[in-house]
Design a protein around this ligand. Structure first.
Ligand SMILES: Nc1ncnc2c1ncn2[C@@H]1O[C@H](COP(=O)(O)OP(=O)(O)OP(=O)(O)O)[C@@H](O)[C@H]1O
Ligand SMILES: [Mg+2]
Length: 296
Protein backbone atom coordinates (compact mmCIF):
# COMPACT_ATOMS: atom_id res chain seq x y z
CA UNK A 1 0.00 0.00 0.00
CA UNK A 2 1.53 3.41 -0.91
CA UNK A 3 2.22 5.56 2.13
CA UNK A 4 0.87 9.06 1.81
CA UNK A 5 3.42 11.73 2.41
CA UNK A 6 1.31 13.37 5.10
CA UNK A 7 1.03 10.11 7.08
CA UNK A 8 4.76 9.66 7.50
CA UNK A 9 5.90 9.89 11.11
CA UNK A 10 7.72 13.12 11.93
CA UNK A 11 11.49 12.96 11.76
CA UNK A 12 13.06 12.18 15.11
CA UNK A 13 15.01 14.87 16.90
CA UNK A 14 18.73 14.31 17.52
CA UNK A 15 18.12 13.53 21.21
CA UNK A 16 15.45 10.98 20.34
CA UNK A 17 17.77 9.31 17.87
CA UNK A 18 20.51 9.16 20.48
CA UNK A 19 18.10 7.54 22.96
CA UNK A 20 17.13 4.92 20.34
CA UNK A 21 20.79 4.14 19.72
CA UNK A 22 21.44 3.73 23.43
CA UNK A 23 18.39 1.46 23.76
CA UNK A 24 19.60 -0.80 20.92
CA UNK A 25 23.16 -0.94 22.25
CA UNK A 26 22.03 -1.73 25.79
CA UNK A 27 21.26 -5.44 25.36
CA UNK A 28 20.42 -7.10 28.69
CA UNK A 29 22.98 -9.74 29.68
CA UNK A 30 21.72 -13.30 29.17
CA UNK A 31 20.44 -15.32 32.13
CA UNK A 32 23.16 -17.63 33.35
CA UNK A 33 23.32 -21.32 32.46
CA UNK A 34 23.05 -22.33 36.15
CA UNK A 35 19.80 -20.43 36.66
CA UNK A 36 16.95 -22.82 35.85
CA UNK A 37 13.99 -20.59 36.59
CA UNK A 38 11.88 -20.17 33.43
CA UNK A 39 12.24 -16.84 31.67
CA UNK A 40 9.77 -15.31 29.23
CA UNK A 41 6.06 -15.35 28.59
CA UNK A 42 4.69 -18.48 30.27
CA UNK A 43 1.23 -17.10 30.85
CA UNK A 44 -1.21 -15.85 28.21
CA UNK A 45 -4.57 -14.15 28.41
CA UNK A 46 -7.60 -16.45 28.22
CA UNK A 47 -5.61 -19.68 27.74
CA UNK A 48 -7.00 -22.93 26.35
CA UNK A 49 -4.78 -25.01 28.65
CA UNK A 50 -3.08 -23.98 31.87
CA UNK A 51 -0.18 -25.96 33.35
CA UNK A 52 1.09 -25.00 36.79
CA UNK A 53 4.10 -26.49 38.59
CA UNK A 54 3.98 -29.75 36.67
CA UNK A 55 6.46 -32.44 37.76
CA UNK A 56 6.76 -35.84 36.10
CA UNK A 57 8.66 -38.86 37.43
CA UNK A 58 9.46 -42.21 35.85
CA UNK A 59 10.00 -44.27 38.98
CA UNK A 60 12.60 -42.33 40.98
CA UNK A 61 13.82 -40.34 38.04
CA UNK A 62 12.34 -36.88 37.54
CA UNK A 63 11.79 -36.07 33.85
CA UNK A 64 9.91 -32.73 34.14
CA UNK A 65 10.75 -30.15 36.79
CA UNK A 66 8.13 -27.68 37.94
CA UNK A 67 6.87 -26.51 34.54
CA UNK A 68 4.40 -23.65 34.36
CA UNK A 69 3.07 -22.87 30.89
CA UNK A 70 -0.15 -21.83 29.16
CA UNK A 71 -1.33 -22.95 25.76
CA UNK A 72 -3.20 -20.11 24.07
CA UNK A 73 -6.26 -20.28 21.86
CA UNK A 74 -5.62 -20.39 18.13
CA UNK A 75 -1.91 -20.54 18.64
CA UNK A 76 0.76 -22.96 17.56
CA UNK A 77 3.32 -23.43 20.30
CA UNK A 78 6.52 -25.26 19.43
CA UNK A 79 8.41 -27.32 21.99
CA UNK A 80 12.10 -27.61 21.24
CA UNK A 81 15.21 -28.85 23.03
CA UNK A 82 17.87 -31.55 22.95
CA UNK A 83 16.98 -35.24 22.86
CA UNK A 84 15.79 -36.53 26.26
CA UNK A 85 14.93 -33.07 27.65
CA UNK A 86 11.28 -34.06 28.25
CA UNK A 87 9.36 -32.63 25.28
CA UNK A 88 7.36 -35.81 24.60
CA UNK A 89 6.85 -36.42 28.31
CA UNK A 90 5.41 -32.94 28.78
CA UNK A 91 3.23 -33.22 25.65
CA UNK A 92 1.84 -36.54 26.86
CA UNK A 93 0.80 -34.94 30.18
CA UNK A 94 -1.60 -32.71 28.27
CA UNK A 95 -3.95 -35.56 27.37
CA UNK A 96 -2.98 -38.01 30.09
CA UNK A 97 -1.19 -40.29 27.68
CA UNK A 98 1.40 -40.88 30.44
CA UNK A 99 -1.35 -42.68 32.40
CA UNK A 100 -0.59 -45.70 30.22
CA UNK A 101 2.91 -45.96 31.77
CA UNK A 102 2.60 -47.74 35.16
CA UNK A 103 5.58 -46.20 36.93
CA UNK A 104 4.95 -42.67 35.67
CA UNK A 105 3.74 -40.15 38.27
CA UNK A 106 2.59 -36.59 37.70
CA UNK A 107 1.85 -33.77 40.08
CA UNK A 108 0.91 -30.14 39.60
CA UNK A 109 -2.15 -28.75 37.86
CA UNK A 110 -3.25 -29.03 34.23
CA UNK A 111 -6.50 -27.36 33.24
CA UNK A 112 -8.40 -27.52 29.97
CA UNK A 113 -10.82 -24.60 29.75
CA UNK A 114 -10.54 -24.23 33.51
CA UNK A 115 -11.24 -27.90 34.34
CA UNK A 116 -8.50 -30.04 35.91
CA UNK A 117 -7.92 -32.93 33.50
CA UNK A 118 -6.48 -35.05 36.35
CA UNK A 119 -9.65 -34.83 38.48
CA UNK A 120 -11.06 -38.21 39.46
CA UNK A 121 -14.29 -37.62 37.54
CA UNK A 122 -12.51 -37.03 34.20
CA UNK A 123 -12.93 -39.85 31.69
CA UNK A 124 -9.77 -40.09 29.57
CA UNK A 125 -11.58 -41.32 26.45
CA UNK A 126 -13.47 -38.06 25.74
CA UNK A 127 -10.45 -36.11 27.08
CA UNK A 128 -8.24 -37.64 24.38
CA UNK A 129 -10.82 -36.60 21.79
CA UNK A 130 -10.74 -33.03 23.12
CA UNK A 131 -6.94 -33.08 23.25
CA UNK A 132 -6.02 -35.21 20.25
CA UNK A 133 -2.58 -36.50 19.38
CA UNK A 134 -0.65 -37.03 16.16
CA UNK A 135 2.47 -39.16 16.46
CA UNK A 136 5.87 -39.18 14.84
CA UNK A 137 5.11 -42.17 12.64
CA UNK A 138 1.78 -42.12 10.82
CA UNK A 139 -0.29 -44.91 12.39
CA UNK A 140 -3.55 -45.40 10.47
CA UNK A 141 -5.82 -48.21 11.73
CA UNK A 142 -5.78 -51.34 9.53
CA UNK A 143 -9.06 -50.20 8.03
CA UNK A 144 -10.28 -48.26 5.00
CA UNK A 145 -9.57 -44.54 4.61
CA UNK A 146 -13.28 -43.91 5.30
CA UNK A 147 -13.34 -46.06 8.44
CA UNK A 148 -10.15 -44.46 9.79
CA UNK A 149 -12.00 -41.15 9.98
CA UNK A 150 -15.48 -42.52 10.78
CA UNK A 151 -14.37 -44.76 13.66
CA UNK A 152 -13.91 -42.01 16.30
CA UNK A 153 -17.20 -40.18 15.68
CA UNK A 154 -18.99 -43.57 15.78
CA UNK A 155 -17.53 -44.75 19.10
CA UNK A 156 -18.07 -41.34 20.68
CA UNK A 157 -21.69 -41.39 19.48
CA UNK A 158 -21.34 -38.17 17.45
CA UNK A 159 -23.12 -39.63 14.39
CA UNK A 160 -26.47 -41.42 14.16
CA UNK A 161 -26.59 -42.54 10.55
CA UNK A 162 -24.65 -42.98 7.32
CA UNK A 163 -25.42 -39.48 6.01
CA UNK A 164 -24.01 -37.85 9.14
CA UNK A 165 -20.97 -40.12 9.03
CA UNK A 166 -20.36 -39.34 5.34
CA UNK A 167 -20.55 -35.67 6.15
CA UNK A 168 -18.06 -35.78 9.03
CA UNK A 169 -15.65 -37.94 6.99
CA UNK A 170 -15.76 -35.46 4.10
CA UNK A 171 -15.39 -32.35 6.29
CA UNK A 172 -12.52 -33.82 8.29
CA UNK A 173 -10.65 -34.97 5.19
CA UNK A 174 -11.17 -31.51 3.66
CA UNK A 175 -9.83 -29.78 6.78
CA UNK A 176 -6.82 -32.10 6.69
CA UNK A 177 -6.20 -31.17 3.04
CA UNK A 178 -6.61 -34.77 1.85
CA UNK A 179 -10.12 -34.95 0.38
CA UNK A 180 -9.23 -34.25 -3.25
CA UNK A 181 -6.59 -36.98 -3.21
CA UNK A 182 -8.76 -39.70 -1.66
CA UNK A 183 -12.41 -38.94 -2.48
CA UNK A 184 -12.48 -41.65 -5.18
CA UNK A 185 -10.74 -44.29 -3.10
CA UNK A 186 -12.34 -44.03 0.32
CA UNK A 187 -12.71 -47.82 0.60
CA UNK A 188 -9.04 -48.56 0.07
CA UNK A 189 -6.91 -49.29 3.15
CA UNK A 190 -5.45 -46.29 4.99
CA UNK A 191 -2.07 -47.98 4.75
CA UNK A 192 -2.22 -47.81 0.93
CA UNK A 193 -1.54 -44.06 1.11
CA UNK A 194 1.90 -42.41 0.97
CA UNK A 195 3.56 -41.44 4.28
CA UNK A 196 2.54 -37.79 3.97
CA UNK A 197 -1.02 -38.76 3.04
CA UNK A 198 -1.16 -41.19 5.96
CA UNK A 199 -0.09 -38.42 8.32
CA UNK A 200 -2.84 -36.16 6.94
CA UNK A 201 -5.26 -39.08 7.39
CA UNK A 202 -4.21 -39.28 11.05
CA UNK A 203 -4.80 -35.53 11.34
CA UNK A 204 -8.27 -35.99 9.74
CA UNK A 205 -8.97 -38.77 12.24
CA UNK A 206 -8.02 -36.44 15.11
CA UNK A 207 -10.12 -33.56 13.72
CA UNK A 208 -13.17 -35.84 13.24
CA UNK A 209 -13.79 -36.12 16.98
CA UNK A 210 -13.94 -32.35 17.47
CA UNK A 211 -10.75 -31.57 19.40
CA UNK A 212 -9.90 -28.25 21.00
CA UNK A 213 -6.20 -28.95 21.16
CA UNK A 214 -4.02 -31.03 18.84
CA UNK A 215 -0.71 -32.35 20.14
CA UNK A 216 1.86 -33.27 17.53
CA UNK A 217 5.05 -35.11 18.43
CA UNK A 218 7.54 -34.63 15.58
CA UNK A 219 4.76 -35.13 13.00
CA UNK A 220 7.04 -34.61 10.00
CA UNK A 221 10.16 -36.48 10.99
CA UNK A 222 9.22 -39.50 8.86
CA UNK A 223 8.24 -37.38 5.86
CA UNK A 224 10.03 -35.99 2.81
CA UNK A 225 10.35 -32.20 2.34
CA UNK A 226 7.30 -31.90 0.08
CA UNK A 227 5.04 -33.86 2.43
CA UNK A 228 6.51 -31.82 5.30
CA UNK A 229 5.67 -28.54 3.58
CA UNK A 230 2.05 -29.70 3.11
CA UNK A 231 1.73 -30.57 6.80
CA UNK A 232 3.27 -27.24 7.80
CA UNK A 233 0.77 -25.34 5.62
CA UNK A 234 -1.98 -27.40 7.14
CA UNK A 235 -0.85 -26.64 10.70
CA UNK A 236 -1.11 -22.95 9.90
CA UNK A 237 -4.67 -23.39 8.58
CA UNK A 238 -5.72 -25.53 11.54
CA UNK A 239 -4.72 -22.77 13.94
CA UNK A 240 -7.92 -20.96 12.96
CA UNK A 241 -9.95 -23.61 14.81
CA UNK A 242 -7.59 -25.34 17.21
CA UNK A 243 -4.70 -24.81 19.58
CA UNK A 244 -1.66 -26.80 18.51
CA UNK A 245 1.36 -27.89 20.53
CA UNK A 246 4.08 -29.32 18.30
CA UNK A 247 7.35 -30.97 19.27
CA UNK A 248 9.98 -30.55 16.62
CA UNK A 249 13.70 -31.06 16.21
CA UNK A 250 13.76 -28.60 13.36
CA UNK A 251 14.25 -24.99 14.36
CA UNK A 252 13.28 -23.99 10.81
CA UNK A 253 10.01 -25.81 11.24
CA UNK A 254 9.39 -24.18 14.63
CA UNK A 255 9.97 -20.75 13.13
CA UNK A 256 7.77 -21.49 10.11
CA UNK A 257 4.74 -22.82 11.98
CA UNK A 258 4.65 -21.46 15.51
CA UNK A 259 3.85 -18.16 17.18
CA UNK A 260 5.39 -19.12 20.52
CA UNK A 261 8.31 -21.41 21.29
CA UNK A 262 9.17 -23.22 24.52
CA UNK A 263 12.77 -24.35 25.03
CA UNK A 264 13.30 -27.36 27.34
CA UNK A 265 16.62 -28.49 28.81
CA UNK A 266 17.08 -31.55 31.06
CA UNK A 267 13.45 -31.45 32.22
CA UNK A 268 13.40 -27.70 32.86
CA UNK A 269 11.39 -25.21 30.83
CA UNK A 270 14.18 -22.70 30.31
CA UNK A 271 12.55 -20.08 28.14
CA UNK A 272 9.29 -19.41 26.38
CA UNK A 273 8.27 -16.48 24.27
CA UNK A 274 7.41 -15.23 20.81
CA UNK A 275 9.12 -17.53 18.32
CA UNK A 276 11.07 -14.77 16.58
CA UNK A 277 12.29 -13.46 19.93
CA UNK A 278 13.37 -16.90 21.19
CA UNK A 279 15.37 -17.56 18.03
CA UNK A 280 16.75 -14.11 17.30
CA UNK A 281 17.03 -12.58 20.71
CA UNK A 282 16.93 -15.27 23.42
CA UNK A 283 16.97 -14.21 27.06
CA UNK A 284 18.69 -17.30 28.48
CA UNK A 285 22.23 -18.45 27.79
CA UNK A 286 21.07 -22.08 27.41
CA UNK A 287 18.54 -21.07 24.75
CA UNK A 288 21.21 -19.15 22.90
CA UNK A 289 23.57 -22.14 23.08
CA UNK A 290 20.88 -24.32 21.52
CA UNK A 291 19.60 -21.99 18.82
CA UNK A 292 23.10 -21.11 17.70
CA UNK A 293 23.98 -24.81 17.45
CA UNK A 294 26.48 -24.74 20.31
CA UNK A 295 24.52 -27.42 22.16
CA UNK A 296 22.19 -30.32 21.29
N1 LIG B 1 8.62 -44.73 29.35
C1 LIG B 1 9.70 -44.23 29.97
N2 LIG B 1 10.26 -44.86 31.00
C2 LIG B 1 11.32 -44.36 31.65
N3 LIG B 1 11.95 -43.23 31.33
C3 LIG B 1 11.43 -42.54 30.29
C4 LIG B 1 10.30 -42.99 29.55
N4 LIG B 1 10.03 -42.11 28.58
C5 LIG B 1 10.95 -41.15 28.70
N5 LIG B 1 11.79 -41.39 29.72
C6 LIG B 1 12.94 -40.55 30.16
O1 LIG B 1 12.46 -39.25 30.41
C7 LIG B 1 13.34 -38.27 29.89
C8 LIG B 1 12.60 -37.40 28.87
O2 LIG B 1 12.27 -38.21 27.76
P1 LIG B 1 11.37 -37.69 26.56
O3 LIG B 1 11.06 -38.86 25.69
O4 LIG B 1 10.24 -36.92 27.10
O5 LIG B 1 12.39 -36.69 25.83
P2 LIG B 1 12.27 -35.93 24.44
O6 LIG B 1 12.65 -34.52 24.71
O7 LIG B 1 10.94 -36.19 23.83
O8 LIG B 1 13.44 -36.62 23.61
P3 LIG B 1 13.54 -36.92 22.02
O9 LIG B 1 13.84 -35.61 21.39
O10 LIG B 1 14.68 -37.87 21.92
O11 LIG B 1 12.22 -37.51 21.59
C9 LIG B 1 14.53 -39.04 29.31
O12 LIG B 1 15.53 -39.08 30.26
C10 LIG B 1 13.95 -40.41 29.05
O13 LIG B 1 14.95 -41.40 29.14
MG1 LIG C 1 10.33 -37.16 22.09
Amino acid sequence: MPVEKNNLPPLKSKTELKNCREFIDKKEPLVDRENRKTVGQQIVENPRMTCRNVNVYYGDKQAINDVTLDIGRNEVIAMIGPSGCGKSTFLRCLNRMNDTIDFCRINGTILLDGKNIYDKDVDVVPLRAQVGMVFQKPNPFPKSIYENVAYGPKIHGFVQNRTETDEIVETSLKKAGLWEEVKDRLNQPGTSLSGGQQQRLCIARTIAVGPEVILMDEPCSALDPIATARIEDLIDELRENFSIAIVTHSMQQASRVSQRTAYFHLGDLIEVGRTDQVFLNPLHQLTEDYVTGRFG
